[in-house]
Ligand binder design. Sequence first.
Ligand code: GRF
Length: 207
Amino acid sequence: MTMRLAVFISGRGSNLAALLGAQKNSGYQVVHVISNNAQAQGLEIAHENGVNNSHVLWKERDSGEKHALALLETIQPDLIVLAGFMKVLSAEFVGRFENKIINIHPSLLPLYPGLNTHQRVLDDQQSTHGASVHVVDDQLDHGQVLSQTRINIEANDTAATLSERLIEKEHRLLIKTVQMIASGQLSCDNGWRFEGEPLLKPWVEDT
Ligand code: GRF
């Protein structure tokens, strides 16, 4: 059975575009896109791809979440993917979809939650950087990390070059992680499991 995805965005939507580009025969389908930003480029991407999409006013968290919940009741997604969604969800909202919301974040969590991760790894003179897909809880970039991808930081890297190199790997990581959930390779049954065994550390994308 095809896993139905609702994707939450706030902006550019390149992760959304990557998910859409890979969804044929992949075990998942993006059935709805929700944006808190009416100007988000990602809404255009949804529209161009014939995917249902909605702008939800999110000035106040309560009203934003209430509106999103009403939409989700009709959409009935199997999984919610936050892909560049710039809001933190409440414990109540997350509790309704326990282990059913994942987020892509451009750092090797638990290092560098929050914004400007590329500049922050450079400021700290780190030698590696990466991206993580994690389960969403009510704290910023915080729940269990399911999967990661890494890049080496070179001497002449800037925040811009890191961002450019990492985004392609982010896209691959997000697609792969969603596919693994769709196929059951990655599952949540009494804790997260990889091929039936407890997931003790994040699955790592090597390519
Ligand atoms: C990505 O770097 C993602 O990891 C982060 O926000 C950015 C969104 O990019 N959470 P896009 O909107 O998917 O292009």
